[in-house]
Design a protein around this ligand. Sequence first.
Ligand SMILES: [Zn+2]
Length: 282
Amino acid sequence: MDESNENIVNASESTESGNNESNLPDAKILEYFEEGAIAKKESYVKILLMLYELTKIDEELAEIDDEKGDLPVRIENLKERMAVVEVHLTEDKAKLKTFESEEKALNKENKNLDDKVTKYDESKYKAKNNKEYDEITKQIDAMMETTDKNDARLKELKSYQENLVKGILEMSKSYEELKAELKEDTSHLNSLNKQFEEEENELIEKRKVILEKLEDKHKTLYERINGSLKGEATAIVRKGNCSGCYNSVPPQREIEIRVAEDIFLCQSCGRIMIDEKLIENI
Ligand SMILES: [Zn+2]
């Protein structure tokens, strides 16, 4: 039991105990309670009207977002895709470089082996005996075997390189296309931002002023609903229906919403409910 209720109990006891002097205490208490109720009601009316005002502002902000359409999302998407292509390009260019150095080394080795084979070939005929001749032939064969192996690897490398170059060219092309698309979308968004900048800033400022007047719990509630229903966080109860989802509001709840001594959410769509009479004179 809170203090105010204790007061009323004590007051009625004192009147019941035969003090019929006057009805003043009761009247005073009644007045006190009525004032309290009125104050409470007024404060909720004020809160609801502020939330309604916020909805109007957010509705306009949502309209501006609509004008910008999916440009911000598209821009983010393009940037992400470009980043992915860039990673692949870097990887493939590095691979190509490795293959190129391997190719260079193999060609150099083959050139040396060819030179050596030519020299050995010449010396073969100067061999003093069969043994020496066989020895030279054996070495020439070994060198030629290495050259063959290198040639096979070079062939393999050539095909890898061709594929890589083809891929790099394709990726570079799509990277340039994405870049052009990004440039176009960004400049479009920039011009829209410029066009709406003033209006948007004014709305954001108005929004801030209202939010500062609200208690944290009401602010949080509003922002939560506005997060998923931008510009539609409040709904009007009109002829027993929620203006947000058109579902009917139970009669008892409708009365509570009209009395406006608390905040009620639509049981179907979760919007903050405001009685139509409350906004009649706005
Ligand atoms: Zn609803």
